[in-house]
Design a binder for this molecule. Structure first.
Ligand code: ADP
Ligand code: MG
Length: 707
């Protein structure tokens, strides 16, 4: 229904409301206040103290406009309530003075109270409005909604429309949540919640109203994710005969070339133990078992392995891939960068080839004969393990019998790439996603709610916690001297150059500058290498190889080394202009050291230019726990930024806020489980409105994934 048919809203107000996008009664009901003026407890001005945001009420005891020496127009209005005064100030908004002059009665103002000149209390640029006697008559002591406005729209217009919409329509709002579900979960009805949001009777009722709406937001998301998850599980997948590996039945099986495969009579656990140069940690063992159990089930696996940098995800992936291969399938590992793909292929070759498993690297920069050869090995099945970048999902790549997929560092790939690689498999291959960026649990549940989760929550033994120091640029020489002495003890170091722009070229320039400075001036006697994104793959590989071999002592690099590089003898990470990096990026960079038996150091060289930067650097100095860092990152930057805009659409809610409403997310998840337990496809009549909402949610996500 059109807003103009609301009581108290005529065609003129309707036009004004349209500026806020409010065209229907429904729009108005959902146009929720930005905050509230709690007029039930307005302080006497004499009681006002600096430091808090406050609502105040009084009459104007004088309005002055004057020009400051800087050429600005300053407006000062004295608000008086008989007990005390506060000065309201505005700069350069002369129209405010004109409007203030017109006020006859009282004024409400809201703003931060601070101490001004002569110890008088001030509010700078407060929100204000004349107390509307008509509107407020008899409603003096209430919690009053304050709506977001745009130019030319008065609070009063929106308040009136909302009040009228509530009075006549809130109780008729169609509640998608069935009554029984609401009462078991102690949720208000939609109409009551919306009414309380606009016109709260008390703080407590307002909180319950908000809870109901937040819960509902999260519920649809959780239902959408859980339904997607169970749909995938209903597809026919591969039941890898894991527990039969090594036993007689598996002997004499024909391999991919039609020949009888040589039979390793050991079970998988023994084969993995023989493959790895170390014992798995308890956490690794548990996760490997979770994966194997999942592989054995005849449904497609979609599992996320979360583990902090250095927790040993590669070994877990190797055990999983070996299982797939021993069950007669090919496995593929997709990494976000060529350097990382190359490194994975080196590590996997070292582990798997002694067991007779052939590992092949497939990256975009391969050309000619090499590329043709790699493609052929994938297509014929000669190679059982393929390692590559997104080149793996390009047109020309075919597999003989791809049954298992590992995706490393998932946050760089979208859902689409995950799906694209899946399409290349036989039927529905199992998918293992590994992420090193620890994501706060609230976000994991949101973004990866369709994946099962395994967590590696333990680092390999003998690691010494990395010592992190934040140094000012003036201390650079001392830092350089420290690095020199560590190199003297046989260690190696990384220097990461400042991140200046997104541009690859500028980045390269910065890396080259730092490289020349270090190799010519600071360490002319040491062997210094350079790595940046614009180098050819072969060059990068050669440099990395020299660094691994210890021939390069200092590696100067752009952030290309951010992910996954593993050289245990490198124990110093110097990050120049560290204030320019984000928190999780710094954590990733730091994760390049602390991988061996020696004490490692991370040195952040930076001036804290902003409060944010200072907070980030301090967090990093204080903790090496990736999960804590992720939580802090979420607090500092907000979910959209943490996950990148591509995925943030999924994080948009009508009312809910992922940071502050985390606990409700868990409740909603349980709610979704209980609904689907009774009605897995939301087919029952009582759930039809929920189904409708979930469909809307899912179609939005579909749009996001393809964009
Ligand atoms: P990430 O989880 O960051 O990918 P990696 O798989 O690169 O970590 O492993 C980090 C380092 O720890 C590697 O040098 C690896 O060989 C070593 N490592 C992994 N697991 C163990 C273990 N159980 N015992 C000892 N060292 C291990
Ligand atoms: Mg890794």
């Amino acid at each position: 229904m059109d807003v103009q048919f609301l009581k108290g809203v005529g065609p003129k107000s309707a036009m004004v409301l349209a500026k806020l996008g409010l065209k229907t009664v429904e729009d108005v009901l959902w146009y929720l206040p930005r905050r509230y003026d709690d007029r039930t407890k307005l302080p006497d001005l004499v009681m006002l103290r600096p430091g808090e945001a406050q609502s105040v009420r009084g009459t104007l005891a004088g309005v002055q406009t004057r020009s400051t020496r800087g050429g600005k127009v300053l407006i000062q209005a004295i608000l008086d309530d008989g007990t005390g005064q506060v000065v309201l100030t505005w700069f350069n908004q002369p129209w405010i003075a004109r409007e203030l002059q017109k006020v006859e009665g009282e004024v409400m103002a809201f703003g931060q109270v601070k101490e001004g000149q002569g110890r008088r209390l001030e509010m700078a640029s407060p929100e204000w409005e004349a107390v509307d006697v008509d509107d407020d008559s008899g409603e003096f002591a209430r919690i009053v909604p304050v709506y977001p406005l745009s130019e030319g729209v008065a609070q009063r217009t929106v308040r009136r429309a909302a009040a009228s919409a509530i009075e006549y329509f809130a109780s008729q709002m169609d509640d998608p949540l069935p009554e029984k579900f609401r009462s078991t979960n102690r949720l208000m009805s939609l109409g009551a919640a919306i009414s309380q949001m606009h016109q709260p009777e008390s703080e407590e009722k307002l909180a319950r109203a908000r809870h109901r709406l937040v819960y509902e937001d999260f519920l649809y998301l959780q239902l959408a994710l859980q339904m997607r998850r169970s749909e995938v599980k209903q597809e026919v997948g591969i039941g890898f005969p894991i527990s039969k590996v090594g036993v007689e039945e598996m002997a004499g099986r024909v391999d991919l070339f039609g020949e009888v495969a040589e039979h390793d009579t050991r079970d998988l656990i023994s084969q993995c133990a023989a493959m790895l140069p170390f014992e798995l940690t308890g956490a690794q063992r548990r996760v490997v078992q979770e994966i194997w159990d999942d592989m054995e089930r005849p449904f497609p696996m979609n599992r996320l392995v979360q583990g902090d940098v250095g927790s040993g995800k590669t070994a877990v992936a190797a055990c999983a891939m070996l299982a797939a291969v021993r069950c007669g399938y090919q496995a593929a590992l997709m990494a976000p960068t060529e350097i990382l793909a190359e490194q994975h292929s080196i590590v996997l070759k070292r582990l798997l080839e002694p067991l007779g498993v052939i590992v092949t690297l497939l990256v975009g920069k391969l050309t000619g004969k090499n590329k043709a050869r790699a493609l052929e090995k994938a297509a014929s099945g000669e190679s059982q393990v393929l390692v590559g970048t997104h080149a793996l999902i390009s047109e020309g790549v075919k597999f003989e019998k791809l049954g298992f997929i590992v995706i490393d560092e998932q946050h760089r790939f979208g859902v689409v790439q995950r799906m694209a690689l899946r399409q290349k498999g036989v039927e529905h291959p199992d998918v293992l996603v590994m992420t090193a960026t620890p994501i706060p649990r609230t976000l994991t549940m949101t973004l990866y709610g369709d994946l099962d989760l395994s967590v590696i929550d333990e680092l390999p033994p003998g690691r010494k916690p990395i010592k992190t120091h934040w140094k000012k640029p003036g201390d650079r020489e001392k830092v350089y001297a420290t690095v020199r002495s560590l190199i003297g003890e046989g260690r190696q170091a990384y220097f990461v150059c400042p991140m200046i722009t997104e541009s690859d070229k500028m980045q390269t320039q910065a890396a080259e500058d730092l490289y020349y400075r270090l190799s010519e001036e600071t360490y002319p006697d040491l062997s210094v290498g350079l790595l940046h994104g614009q180098m050819k793959a072969a060059e990068k590989e050669a440099i990395m190889e020299q660094f691994r071999a210890g021939e390069i002592q200092i590696l100067v690099s752009t952030v290309v080394i951010e992910v996954g590089v593993d050289v245990p003898n490198a124990t110093v990470m110097v990050i120049e202009d560290a204030n320019r990096f984000g928190l999780s990026q710094l954590h990733q960079l730091r994760g390049r050291v602390g991988r061996g038996e020696h004490q490692s150091y991370c040195i952040l060289i930076a001036d804290a230019t902003t409060a944010d930067a200072e907070q980030r650097l301090a967090v990093l100095e204080r903790t090496t726990d990736g999960f804590k860092i992720a939580e802090e990152d979420l607090n500092i930057r907000g979910p959209g930024d943490v996950m990148g805009t591509r995925q943030s659409g999924m994080l948009e809610f009508r009312v809910a806020d992922l940071i502050s409403d985390g606990p409700v997310l868990e409740q909603a998840r349980q709610g979704a489980i209980s609904i689907l337990h009774d009605d897995p496809i939301l087919g029952k009549p009582v759930n039809q409105k929920i189904l409708q909402k979930v469909r809307e949610r899912r179609s939005e996500e579909a749009l996001i994934s393809v964009s």
